[in-house]
Design a binder for this molecule. Structure first.
Ligand SMILES: C[S@@+](CC[C@H](N)C(=O)[O-])C[C@H]1O[C@@H](n2cnc3c(N)ncnc32)[C@H](O)[C@@H]1O
Length: 253
């Protein structure tokens, strides 16, 4: 699957399709450090589980719920799928998919976390790709599944991107978007955009706002919603974890 990348250097187990750093990387890591979101190798190995007293434990509980739901769904598929996980970060989720018997290409432009993922997850079915653009990975290739887990919001021109990715799905291929916020209408999107700009300003990194995008479901191509959050009084009362994110499935039509 990755033979066509053999001409690119393999350094610390990561296939590097680009030789220099992307401007996003240093900014992103600077903020993630401040947010206490850069985890050590032992923590990454356990994800999505994390220490109960970790600052982001509640968020990981929600992410764990999403991952569990998706991985159960994946179990209903034949094994040996070729999966492209876009914006994989430290690849904890890519590794879970590979562990179910699939071949996963874990792509990101965040070399620090890719190298960490390679250190932590030793799986022959998991390939780590450092690439600034998706074109070099897509080329004439097709995938049985493409996933974005908490990463779609980092890509601009969402509709156009999805149209392109759809054309790189196999006949019964599927694209899934998980753990990305979607807003209702222009007003909500604008408000969220302003909050994002303010947030990164306060983080002393206003440049990062340009890499974060806000979408409504209407901004996507035709899709199916496989999960929609339902917040009931009972779930609130019992403090039940409810993921606030929709799960979106897009197929090659
Ligand atoms: C919130 S993290 C999610 C990581 C991982 N998928 C997960 O589920 O935990 C978002 C990831 O998207 C990556 N990212 C942002 N822009 C990207 C781009 N243009 N190409 C590839 N990855 C990108 C970031 O480097 C980061 O690793």
């Amino acid at each position: 699957m990755t033979d066509r990348f053999d001409t690119f250097p393999l350094i610390n187990g990561v296939r590097r399709l680009n030789g220099s750093a992307h401007p996003f990387e240093a900014l992103y890591l600077y903020v993630r450090e401040k947010e206490n979101r850069v985890l050590n190798d032992q923590q990454v190995a356990q994800l999505p589980a994390i220490e109960k007293d970790h600052e982001h434990a509640k968020e990981w509980a929600k992410r764990s719920e999403t991952a569990h739901r998706f991985l159960e769904y994946l179990k209903s598929k034949e094994t040996g799928l070729r999966i492209l996980d876009i914006g994989c970060g430290n690849a904890w989720f890519s590794n879970k998919m590979a562990n179910q018997g699939h071949e996963v290409m874990a792509q990101d432009l965040n070399l620090y976390e890719l190298e960490q993922g390679r250190r932590v997850f030793q799986n022959d079915q998991l390939h780590f790709i450092y690439a600034h653009e998706l074109d070099a990975i897509l080329e004439n290739d097709r995938f049985d599944m493409i996933t974005f887990n908490a990463s779609f919001q980092y890509f601009g021109h969402g509709k156009q991107l999805l149209e392109t990715l759809k054309s790189h799905l196999t006949e019964r291929g599927e694209l899934h978007i998980l753990d990305t916020p979607f807003y209702q209408g222009e007003r909500e999107k604008q408000q969220a955009k302003s909050r994002t700009e303010m947030y990164y300003q306060n983080m002393n990194c206003p440049e990062l706002a340009q890499f974060y995008h806000h979408y409504a479901l209407d901004d996507l191509v035709e899709h199916e919603i496989l999960y929609k959050p339902k917040f009931s009084r009972l779930s609130r009362l019992f403090g039940k974890t409810v993921s606030p994110f929709c799960w979106i499935k897009i197929v090659n039509d």
